[in-house]
Every structure is written in C-alpha cells, then in structure tokens.
Design a binder for this molecule. Structure first.
Ligand SMILES: Cc1cc2nc3c(=O)[nH]c(=O)nc-3n(C[C@H](O)[C@H](O)[C@H](O)COP(=O)(O)OP(=O)(O)OC[C@H]3O[C@@H](n4cnc5c(N)ncnc54)[C@H](O)[C@@H]3O)c2cc1C
Length: 340
C-alpha cells in the first residue's frame, strides 16, 4: 500500500490558501518518514493552472477534478470526488485545512469511508510503526491531546498558520492526473455567495492577512471597534480581537486571536488595549513585527512587542490613522505593503 500523504488544496478567487502550502510542507516531512511522497487533490472549476503552484510547494502529483459543477464548494460534490479519490489512491494520510470548508468536508468524507478524524491539529509526529501521533488542543484549549488513529488512511484537519511551508521551488513540476466528476453527485446548487455584512467588508480575512489590527478590553465597548476598522482600512489590514472583547459580545468570535481563537502569522500585528495573556500570545506571537499600544507600561504584551507605545489608545490610534494616511498618500499607495 502506498505510504503517501494526500493534501486537499483549498483556494479562493483563483489563489491557493496559505494553509495549503503549510499542509504540503508538513505532508512532505511526514511522507519522508513514511517512505512516500506528498500528493495534492485540487477540486474546482478552471483551477488547472494552480497545479504548477502546488508542485512548487512540494506536491509530487496533483489529482485534478476540474468541472463547472465544482465551481462553488458543495458538500455533496466535493465529498463524492474526494471519497472516490481516497479509495483509488490509497494514501496513508489525508490532510485538510481546519477552515470553514475543511471542517465541513473532512467529517463527511471520514463518515462515508468509515475513517477516524482528528480535527484542528497543530503538530504531527511519525511513530516507528508508521502511525501519526497527532497533537490537538481540546476542551477549549485547556488541555492538549495526543491522538493515534486506528483506521487507515489517517485523516486530520490542520489549524492554519501553525505549520511551516517549504520554500517554493519553481523548477519543481508534478504530473497532473484528471479525475472524473459525476454529475449525479450534486443535488444542491449554490446560487450566490453573499459577503458577511457589517464589519470587515472588503478587508482581508484574519487567517490570510499580512497586517492585523487587534483590539481588547481596553476598547471599552463595541462601538470603539470602528476606530480599529478605520486604521485597518488605511493599512489594508484585518481586524482581530482578544477573547475578552469577544466574550463581552463586542465582536464576533471569528475575529478572536489566541489559543481558542485563530492562530495568525502576519507581518505586522498591532495590539490595542490587549494585556498579553499567554492564551492571546499563543495565537499571535509568531507575527514578524508586533506593535503594542497599552496605557499600562507593565502590561505583559510589551515583553513580546518589537515596538511599544505606552499611552491611551483613544489618543494614539487617531494619530496613527492620520500619519499612515499621510505616509501612504506620499507614496502614492492607498494601502500599506509589507514583506516577510
Ligand atoms: C482556556 C482559556 C483559553 C483562552 N483563550 C483565549 C484566546 O484564544 N484569546 C484571548 O485573547 N484570550 C484567551 N483567553 C483569555 C485570556 O486569559 C485573557 O483573559 C484575555 O486575553 C484578556 O483580554 P484583554 O487583553 O483584552 O483584556 P485585559 O486582560 O483586561 O487587558 C486589557 C488591557 O487594556 C489596557 N487598556 C485599558 N484601557 C486602555 C486604553 N484606553 N488605552 C490603552 N490600553 C488600555 C489595560 O492596561 C490592559 O492591559 C483564554 C483563557 C482561558 C482560560
């Protein structure tokens, strides 16, 4: 039986999501221990061009299901294609992103094939017997479980922004194997996708953002997130939050950064009125640059910050907005650019 790792690629608007590269990197490391290779499953419509990118990031083979019926994600269609592929390719391990799509798709495929599934995993080790020891936070992050699945292939969803991708190598190529798509697989049709109203319209998603402006209890109320959104808009950033702000009902849980929220690795993380509890740091401390704005000079966030501003965020943030506007206008750019 092949000892390969199958990574289910995820993409939006013609671009592969970061978690796909992270899974290919980890998949390559796992496959090397198992004596196999990492392969990618690419499902969608008009997505064949992404196969090259998957190869650059480590895929040794790409299984391509390219069909108009797969243009929008459909639980039925994607489950049918992926389940058939797993039965045909017989990988030892299957990895999907712990994203909205992956969280829907992975359990459906696992149930259809009678497989176990470890969800929202953060680390993998391979035992001498070739089984995966999978690390995943449980009980809202209060404990860490190590899981070994009994069924094969071993399936897992992977928390975004935790694992490390390979350096892309544009000389790397991979054969593309086309998969048949059966029209009877899909009974429900997606008619339209409507963007979440209110906050964050037009701004990048938290998991993918290069810049994040995050707010905590120091914001004092939901209405003050407007200030952070204004700064985020100037910088082309996403808005994050601490659990205190989320628990207070000031902002949706999808914005929470930390142990029981999202793990993020932006180039720049601006923490406003956030004390820096370990559970918050767990989700953002690998950001390349951390800027903290806090009126308490002893706040723990300053111990991880590259730049600290001791002051009242309601005075500091408006000044930053004006100054960034001037600088970016001077550069003839409307949004801030960062490089990693
Ligand atoms: C199992 C578990 C999981 C958890 N998971 C998470 C998680 O995923 N994410 C998370 O964030 N937390 C998490 N927490 C909660 C965490 O322990 C903290 O309680 C939380 O992060 C505190 O949020 P905060 O920094 O916004 O609030 P606080 O700790 O109250 O800090 C507010 C800060 O704002 C500053 N401030 C106040 N007014 C101003 C002002 N005008 N200008 C500037 N600064 C000001 C204060 O000096 C203070 O430092 C978890 C806890 C547990 C037990």
């Amino acid at each position: 039986m092949p000892d390969n790792v199958l990574v289910v690629a995820e993409h939006r608007d013609g671009t592969l999501k970061k978690v796909t590269f992270e899974m290919l990197g980890e998949g390559t490391r796992i496959a090397a221990r198992l004596g196999g290779v990492v392969e990618a499953a690419l499902l969608g419509s008009g997505v064949g061009g992404l196969a090259d990118v998957l190869a650059h990031y480590g895929a040794a083979r790409v299984y391509l299901a390219d069909d108009p019926s797969l243009e929008a994600y459909s639980s039925e269609g994607y489950t049918a294609v992926l389940a058939r592929l797993i039965q045909k390719a017989e990988p030892a391990v299957v990895l999907l992103g712990a994203t909205t799509q992956g969280k829907d798709l992975a359990p459906r495929v696992a149930a259809r094939l009678g497989l176990g599934l470890a969800s929202d995993c953060t680390a993998f080790e391979v035992t001498a017997e070739g089984r995966l020891m999978i690390t995943r936070p449980v009980y809202a992050g209060r404990a860490i479980a190590t899981v070994v699945e009994k069924t094969t292939p071993q399936m897992a969803t992977v928390r975004p922004n935790v694992l490390v991708p390979l350096e892309p190598d544009t000389s790397r190529a991979a054969p593309v194997e086309k998969l048949a798509v059966e029209s009877g697989d899909i009974r429900a049709r997606v008619i339209d996708l409507i963007q979440e109203s209110g906050r964050q319209q037009g701004l990048p998603s938290l998991a993918e953002a290069e810049i994040i402006v995050s707010g905590g209890r120091g914001l004092k109320g939901p209405e003050n997130f407007r200030l952070l959104e204004e700064l985020a808009d100037v910088l082309g950033a996403a808005v994050g939050a601490s659990r205190a702000a989320v628990d207070a009902g000031w902002i949706d849980h999808s914005h929470q950064v930390g142990q029981t929220g999202k793990t993020v690795t932006p180039s720049l993380y601006i923490a406003c009125g956030i004390s820096g509890a370990v559970q918050h740091l767990a989700g953002m401390k690998t950001a390349r640059y951390i800027v903290a704005i806090n009126k308490d000079p002893d706040a723990p966030i300053f111990s991880v910050a590259d730049y600290g501003i001791v002051g009242d965020l309601f005075e500091v943030v408006p000044v930053l907005i004006e100054e960034f506007k001037k600088v970016l206008r001077g550069k003839g750019a409307s949004k801030c650019q960062t490089s990693r």
